[in-house]
Design a protein around this ligand. Sequence first.
Ligand SMILES: Cc1cc2nc3c(=O)[nH]c(=O)nc-3n(C[C@H](O)[C@H](O)[C@H](O)COP(=O)(O)O)c2cc1C
Length: 302
Amino acid sequence: MSKPDISTSAGSLQLSNPFLLASGILDENGYTMRRILDEGAAAVVTKSIGMEERSGYKPPIVSVDDPIVINAVGLPNPGILNVGNEIKIAKKSGKPVVGSIFGKDVNEFVHLAGKMEEYGTDAIELNLSCPHVKGFGSEIGGDSSLVKEIVENVKGSVKIPVWSKLSPNVTSLIDIARAASDSDAIVLINTVRGMKIDIHSGRPVLTNRLGGLSGPSIKPVGIRCVYEVKSSIDIPVIGVGGIESAADAIEYIMAGASAVQIGTALWKHGRGIFSKVSNELEEFMAAEGYTKIEDFRGLALT
Ligand SMILES: Cc1cc2nc3c(=O)[nH]c(=O)nc-3n(C[C@H](O)[C@H](O)[C@H](O)COP(=O)(O)O)c2cc1C
């Protein structure tokens, strides 16, 4: 019997398998991104890049109390003028590189998207949802008219696909997703707002006090968000949140996701996770008699 076909697409972007590297984990450096692509990721999303270099918050910026992972890194990034070469290096893999950007207003998003296109990225991911940086986009993802304006303007200014990454920390996800529906795909979810307190000192553990929860504890939230959006809007969705195995990804795909991203699991499982999940997915599909991803995508929606 021939091997199942695990290729897929996210909007117009063709992917050799459904597994992408999520923004923020090992993706500031061109060589690291290239290695992750060479080891089996179908594409990488860069760390979110802003107008200027930022060093982020002072440590502690991450708290790991397995499986509970909370971070507030403060969007450290080299700034848009310093990432062109990293993208060029990552692109030598021949696989897609997606440029993640964040800005404080429409003009910044448009400028950053234009630079990413100039650097040769294959798509733009708008980080509309970072919950950590006060005054730097923390409110953008919760304001549907601003989301609509950013998406429409960025779409009108670049030729490459534009993805909108949304936050689960909003009152009506569907309203925000509708506002972003000019995008070529919606990415769900960014981290879930959380907090950790040291019971010996009585102090918040993270310098920023509040942080974003990631890893396995947010998987059900991510799946619910993908399911809700796919139930009401006809748009490609990329799932992210707590994926550590093909089984986790299959849940997202059955909720309607076209592809998925993996972030926090890299810390625990290393880069080898990408070939592991692809192999597991092929085994699952062969055992269930599925020949292609479309055979089971969105099954839970019916
Ligand atoms: C340390 C860290 C940094 C992150 N930085 C970004 C970022 O720059 N831009 C972004 O859109 N998401 C960022 N994220 C969120 C992830 O891309 C992802 O949406 C979230 O962690 C859920 O996926 P996971 O459980 O696989 O990590 C970051 C997450 C972590 C843990």
